[in-house]
Design a protein around this ligand. Structure first.
Ligand code: ATP
Ligand code: MN
Length: 461
């Protein structure tokens, strides 16, 4: 097997040598003497042109070169006379690996993204999904590289969890009980003691709490794993199964946390700009002319930092009519976040010091007694892309908050232990990976940035 991937062939200037290329036929056109075949193998957005003299091949081979077929071509790599491409192959031998036929759903170009979702098994063969998947990979790689370069350790936190810290309503149950014959205890409730783990379990919504435990031993850690939310919201920004990156840092305070989040986003987006220029240019052209500018802006502009209270003042003073009223103490809606980013500051925003009642129990309480040391990073077009905070490291304050919010103290014994034994100031944040991929690809629906989306009533493929 010594064929050469198309990305390398197209970049090559070593002409007039024999090479082999393999891939899937995108289109075929030609006249009665010549066939021009566009071959793509996914190594790059660009296809390689194959020129075949019909007289040199048997009739059946030529017939089998149809859109969607998989072929292997051996021939001479020559400088392309056509505009727009460097190299092409003059075919000497063509082997058909897999035929296709007229029922192949990707015959013509220009299918809607909705239609492509229904053929998610084939959509990676389109230009759009090829680009999205290559960018998705580049971002995942850049994230691991970013943390590794800075001394962070990757921690694998559990996917099945016995604590329902973030509200069981949004969690998927994990059970091996017979759903047609559920065992009950004397009180008439489900007897989870008979279940696989001997207690109620769910799929995780976040690896943070376990991540914190690791940070209090290894100092700098991050998770990059799947998370699950049974939220029945059919929005273009929510999936039931998505990937989350959660760094957690011992000895970091809120300010350090913000600095890390900003540098992190700039670095990984910069990596994509550098390594996925062709794909970003393609997506810009097809879907969103402003995409490249928006990405450049993230890298070049310093993010605007302000408190929640200052943001409320700006929103109340604005002329804009919001659908949801602005009031100190209520959570900001997407329209408020986007106003701040897109119309007021014209750059990414980091909002801090939210009211404690709209944030999670583990966030560090501020000296004012009303707010917590939270930070949300808001991006144009997306709204919240990162949510994070300094964590409460005071045992009594944390316990109080758990009780005030009506959480089950017993579930958190291990989490509370870390505030009893060698507690330290620490911070972290969570980035929804698909939200980042959405931002970098400009895709407006989150279903189009993950190979096989899981959403309400949809688990096909
Ligand atoms: P939202 O208000 O958008 O629902 P959230 O407050 O529930 O977000 P967090 O619990 O802070 O989000 O989760 C951390 C990050 O995970 C978010 O900043 C976001 O990027 C991402 N995220 C949250 N829920 C989803 C989801 N259902 N699908 C994809 N990404 C998500
Ligand atoms: Mn949510």
């Amino acid at each position: 097997m010594n064929h050469i991937y198309i990305k390398e062939l197209l970049a090559s200037t070593e002409f007039d040598r024999e090479v082999t290329a393999k891939g899937w036929v995108r289109t075929r056109r030609g006249n009665k003497n010549l066939a021009f075949i566009e071959l793509n193998d996914g190594s790059t957005i660009n296809s390689l042109q194959i020129v075949a003299e019909l007289a040199a091949f048997d009739e059946q081979t030529i017939k089998n070169i149809t859109t969607g077929a998989c072929i292997s071509v051996t021939g001479i790599l020559v400088k392309s006379p056509g505009a727009g491409q460097l190299a092409e192959i003059q075919a000497k031998n063509i082997e058909i690996y897999g035929c296709s036929d007229e029922t192949y759903p990707l015959q013509k170009k220009g299918h809607t993204l909705e239609f492509l979702r229904e053929i998610a098994h084939l959509r990676p063969r389109t230009n759009t999904f090829g680009s999205v998947l290559r960018i998705r990979h580049a971002l995942a790689f850049a994230i691991h590289k970013y943390f590794n370069d800075r001394g962070f350790y990757n921690i694998h936190t559990p996917i099945i969890t016995g604590s329902d810290c973030e509200g069981a309503g949004e969690m998927f149950a994990v059970t091996t009980l017979d759903l047609n014959n559920v065992p009950k205890n004397p009180e008439g409730a489900i007897d989870f003691q008979q279940d696989f783990f001997g207690k109620e379990t769910h799929l995780t919504v976040s690896g943070q709490l376990e991540g914190e435990l690791a940070a209090m031993a290894l100092s700098l850690i991050y998770t990059f794993g799947p998370t699950f939310r049974a939220e029945n919201s059919n929005t273009p920004r929510h999936l039931a199964e998505f990937w989350m990156i959660e760094p957690e840092m011992a000895f970091y305070e809120l300010e350090d946390n913000m600095n890390l989040a900003e540098d992190f986003l700039k670095t990984v987006i910069g990596h994509a700009l550098e390594h996925c220029a062709d794909d970003i240019a393609f997506l810009s052209k097809l879907y969103d002319a402003e995409l490249k500018n928006r990405l450049d802006l993230i890298v070049s502009e310093k993010f605007q930092r302000l408190t929640y209270t200052e943001a409320i003042d700006i929103l109340t003073a604005s002329e804009k009519k919001f659908e949801f009223p602005v009031k100190w103490g209520s959570d900001l809606q997407s329209e408020h976040e986007r106003y701040l980013v897109e119309q007021h500051f014209h750059k990414p925003v980091i909002l801090t010091h939210y009211p404690k009642d709209i944030k999670a129990f583990y966030m560090k309480q501020s000296e004012d007694g009303k707010t917590v040391k939270a930070m949300d990073v808001l991006f144009p077009g997306i709204g919240e892309i990162i949510g994070g905070s300094q964590r409460e490291d005071n045992y009594d304050k944390l316990l109080n908050r758990i009780r005030e919010m009506g959480l089950k103290e017993a579930d958190f014994w291990w989490y509370l232990d870390t505030r009893k034994f060698g507690a330290c100031p620490h911070s972290g944040f969570g980035l929804g990976f698909e939200r980042l991929v959405q931002f970098v690809t400009g895709m407006s629906n989150i279903r189009d940035v993950i190979p096989f989306p899981r959403t309400p009533k949809n688990s096909e493929f």
